[in-house]
Design a protein around this ligand. Structure first.
Ligand code: GDP
Length: 182
């Protein structure tokens, strides 16, 4: 029978236009297609990771027009997610500030399942291929992640599949870790 299939609900958050869909599609298909519709979707993707069957449920969210009392993350999203990928663009300072706010909102409002001491969050600075337009340094990204106890990566959904794969595998690792801590 083998070990039970593991489900991981992963929510991508962040401002508009930072590459949430590009990262999601890269992970799912290994491709970069350049243009992505603005539809909100949850994708199911099964894969073997370290010999174990994993079902990734990936919610590629839209940044809302109106934010409510839990900030710009809905109650439903907070409840649904086992782990979060917060994306900004290294060429968009405002998008970095959105991530800063969303980290705080998650740490404040996400109810932890019993036995879990920390919600898995990865902060991602995307579009690292656009160095000449960079306005957020790697150091700033790393510092924010450290201060909020999150993982940190810079990626280019446009250039490489490998870096994107690392992000999804890291959030999966954190989810597995969080579930085994008692
Ligand atoms: P979302 O609104 O956060 O889902 O952003 P999208 O995935 O729709 O991407 C917004 C725009 O940025 C699109 O034109 C993408 O082709 C582009 N884009 C996404 N990721 C990258 C990247 O890593 N590098 C570059 N140069 N462009 C990217």
């Amino acid at each position: 029978n083998g070990p039970q299939k593991l489900e991981a609900n992963i929510l991508l958050l962040g401002a508009e236009n930072v590459g949430k869909s590009a990262l999601t599609v890269r992970f799912l298909t290994r491709r970069f297609i350049g243009e992505y519709g603005s539809i909100e979707s949850i994708y199911n993707h099964s894969d073997r990771v370290d010999g174990r069957e994993i079902c990734f449920n990936i919610w590629d969210s839209l940044y809302p027009q109106n934010c409510d009392l839990h900030g710009c993350i809905s109650e439903k999203q907070l409840r649904w997610a086992d782990g979060f990928i917060l994306v900004y663009s290294i060429c968009d300072r405002a998008s970095f500030n959105v991530v800063r706010q969303q980290v705080q909102q998650i740490r404040q409002f996400k109810k932890l399942p019993s036995g879990m001491d920390k919600v898995p969050i990865i902060i991602v600075g995307n579009k690292r291929d656009l160095q000449h337009r960079r306005t957020v340094s790697s150091e700033e990204g790393r510092l924010l992640a450290m201060s909020a106890d999150c993982g940190f990566f810079e990626t280019s959904a446009a250039e490489t599949y490998h870096g994107v794969l690392l992000v999804f595998h890291e959030v999966l690792d954190l989810i597995r870790e969080a579930r085994t801590v008692k």
